[in-house]
Design a protein. Structure first.
Length: 313
């Protein structure tokens, strides 16, 4: 029987009603699998062995007191382990070092989802460049002059850091905005770090749509994250409203274009961000929205993922 290990942020700090990692843990428990939990800081490299100081947890699907620690052990990760790497961005030094340790777990026979090397190479903002036919006009640069020129060319632009999540650090800029210089200084650290600029897509008023992929295949429903009254961002963490609906033709085409490449890289579970008919991000670190879609459409996306991975007791 496989032991399922979730490397993730603090389990006590999640929102169970929204958390996709929690949905995956519940599915593992429903299937009679032992569910273990560890933070990045609980990983160690002992020689060439990747060890984890981890806790076996028992879960209850509720919004308070949702887990109990039943056991604590220190294990070398190997053939009996399936490891879900689910730490949230930023993809900082700690995150990257964790994936390097998990390379050793993988070499020892552990199954790591998603593949550690892919988590390093598929930056969530930059990966869209592999699918240029579907991306909006974009520029990645540390040059404030180049970014300013891009804003002037496109008039209305989204400016983003390369390592954020949940809408953090994103600006909506126009060529006439008197704060444009401050935005560029902030994002590029005065021209010392890369940032991405993307042409604004008016279809955002219909939602920043999350398309989930399991083994390269799109889940047939998407969550449209619609901006609130006072913010241009659709992110649920920034006041966006989530509305589920069936996947549309453009989203399906994008999924079919992206899916095979992700599978070839070892990315089993991913989330595509699509606005209108443009691909804006490829989420591979900790894709979300399972809980919202499961509730709205009475489906079990975690179950579909576990079926695809052939995981059961």
């Amino acid at each position: 029987m496989s032991e399922i290990v979730f490397v993730m942020d603090d389990l006590a700090g999640i929102k169970p009603e929204k958390d996709t990692s929690f949905a995956l843990m519940l599915e593992a428990q429903r299937r009679g699998l032992n569910v273990w939990y560890a933070n990045e800081a609980n990983l160690e490299l002992d020689g060439d062995d990747c060890r984890a100081r981890m806790k076996r947890v028992e879960l209850v699907d509720r919004t308070q007191h949702w887990f109990q620690v039943k056991d604590e052990q220190d294990h070398v990760l190997g053939q009996e382990h399936v490891v879900f790497m689910r730490s949230d961005p930023p993809v900082d030094e700690s995150y990257l070092f964790s994936t390097l340790l998990l390379d050793h777990a993988e070499r020892a026979g552990a199954r790591v989802i998603n593949k550690p090397a892919a988590l390093r190479t598929f930056n969530e903002k930059l990966a869209i460049a592999y699918f240029a036919d579907w991306m909006p006009a974009s520029l990645v640069s540390a040059s404030m002059a180049q970014l300013r020129s891009f804003v002037q060319d496109h008039q209305k632009v989204i400016l983003k850091p390369l390592n954020g999540m949940g809408g953090r650090g994103i600006f909506l800029a126009s060529a006439q905005d008197p704060n444009l210089g401050v935005m560029l200084e902030t994002l590029t650290a005065e021209g010392q770090q890369l940032a991405i600029a993307q042409a604004f897509i008016p279809a955002i008023d219909q939602g920043d749509n999350r398309v989930l992929l399991i083994n390269g295949q799109a889940v047939p429903y998407v969550l449209a994250r619609i901006p609130g009254q006072t913010d241009f961002r659709g992110n649920l963490a920034r006041g966006g409203r989530g509305v589920g609906r069936p996947i549309n033709a453009a989203e399906q085409q994008i999924a079919e274009a992206v899916g095979p490449r992700l599978v070839s890289e070892g990315i089993v579970f991913a989330g595509l961000d699509v606005i209108g008919d443009r691909l804006t991000e490829v989420n591979v670190t900790s894709p979300t929205t399972i809980r919202e879609l499961d509730r709205e459409f009475d489906i079990n996306i975690a179950g579909d993922l576990f079926d695809a991975l052939h995981l059961s007791a």
